[in-house]
Design a protein around this ligand. Structure first.
Ligand code: CA
Length: 231
């Protein structure tokens, strides 16, 4: 089995060493960079499976790195796990809007980080097994090509947003709890409930005029509404 390749972009060298040691022990191939520009170059040339990306970096911020990678089809599918400091709460949310797949707040336990990485990688592999096209309310999901479009316009969704949308659209009208959605998207409840809310917010934004189809079900979670109610 091919080794998953992980790129760490983090300016705290002691943290890079700690993560490199632990990731290599888990069998991953690890590359690292200590500033944003170098990190972006390595992400473009080494095509890692997953990126551990610090938000606050010298030269070029983690958000800019994320934005650059997501804007190019060659690097858009790289899984991105963002590292943030506690006081950067707002930036975390922005991080999701820019397309990070998950985040961990510093200080974090290495064990938790390793679990998150495992979950993200497992989930993305699971995505390649099926070939099917779903079309509901004008939204077309091509599971094989991993593409979502509205009319002729393709949407740029993160892997997590893709799975969330696919899960809800397969059963229009069904209310999903956050736990259901966590289960469907990451297969592991280690991801915080709040994470789902942030992904949904970003997904609604990307769906534009159709964003309201994803309804909040008070006290439960979310559902995708197929028909527009006239009230
Ligand atoms: Ca930093």
């Amino acid at each position: 089995m091919a080794q998953d390749k992980i790129l760490i972009i983090e300016d705290e060298t002691s943290l890079v060493e700690l993560l490199t040691y632990n990731l290599e022990r888990e069998g991953y191939k690890v590359i690292s960079a200590t500033d944003g520009h170098e990190g972006l170059r390595k992400a473009q040339t080494h095509s890692p499976d997953l990126l551990i990306l610090d938000l606050m970096l010298p030269g070029m911020s983690g958000l800019d790195v994320c934005r650059e990678l997501r804007s190019s089809t060659r690097t858009a599918a790289i899984l991105i796990l963002m590292l943030t400091a506690k006081e950067e709460e707002v930036d975390q949310v922005v991080g999701f809007a820019m397309g990070a797949d998950d985040y961990v707040t510093k200080p974090f336990s290495v064990k938790v980080l390793l679990q998150r990485i495992k979950v993200l990688l497992r989930r993305s592999r699971g995505n390649t097994a099926t070939s099917e096209i779903l079309e509901v309310a004008g939204i077309r999901i091509d599971k094989r090509a991993h593409e979502v479009s509205i009319g002729d316009s393709p949407l740029s969704l993160t892997p997590t947003e893709f799975r969330l949308l696919e899960t809800m659209i397969k059963q229009p009208g069904r209310a999903f709890t956050r736990y259901d959605l966590m289960d469907a998207t990451v297969g592991d409840t280690i991801v915080l409930e709040r994470t789902i809310d942030v992904h949904i917010k970003s997904l609604r934004r990307k769906l534009g005029d159709l964003g309201h189809r994803i309804e909040t079900v008070r006290g439960v979670g979310y559902r995708f509404r197929e028909e527009t109610e006239t009230d």
